[in-house]
Design a protein around this ligand. Structure first.
Ligand SMILES: [Fe+2]
Ligand SMILES: [Fe+2]
Length: 172
């Protein structure tokens, strides 16, 4: 059985598709997708939420560059199939529901899938950074994690208060 220390240093080697490079790539893809989602959204509150999160996402990319600097690496992305799949789903929703009252509800669902992906990745990367004793990197990752969680909450509230009800009412 490996010791505590061996286990903690082993973790990053087993990371598979979870790494700084993956999330760096993902954030850049999200940065490109959010303006399209804002443009497609019909409810002003949803548009605004997407625009606000686009600006935050720009900061997320910068924060990741800072984390790369802490570990002494140049910021570089690596194609992340998970985020491409989630963003692709969002594109299909826009095409499929254009002009329909269900569009905003679909966009909301797609956006929450993106946030849940990010929450999961940042949660893992933050935990690894903590285990490796990299407090500064963990703090930066935690700041972005908080942004993603708040965005997810805002989207949930929009869904509960307005977007989903509108879609269901108009569809009825
Ligand atoms: Fe982000
Ligand atoms: Fe996000």
């Amino acid at each position: 059985m490996p010791s505590e220390h061996e286990r903690s240093t082993e973790v990053p080697k087993r990371r598979g598709g979870i790494s700084l490079k993956d999330i760096y790539y993902a954030e850049k893809q999200i940065l490109k997708a959010l303006p399209k989602m804002a443009k497609a959204a019909t409810a002003p509150e949803l548009k605004q939420a997407f625009e606000k999160h686009r600006d935050q996402t720009e900061i997320h990319v910068e924060r990741l560059a800072d984390v790369f600097e802490i570990i002494g690496k140049a910021p570089r992305g690596k194609t992340c199939d998970a985020i491409l799949g989630i963003i692709d789903e969002g594109k299909s929703i826009i095409e499929e529901f254009e002009g329909s009252p269900a569009l905003d509800a679909g966009l909301l669902a797609a956006a929450q899938a993106v946030e849940h992906y990010e929450i999961s990745r940042y949660g893992t990367l933050k935990a690894w950074a903590q285990q490796l004793g990299m407090a500064n990197a963990a703090k930066l990752l935690d700041q972005t994690l908080t942004d993603e969680m708040k965005t997810d909450q805002t989207l949930s509230q929009l869904g509960e208060s307005k977007i989903n009800k509108q879609a269901l009412a108009k569809a009825a």
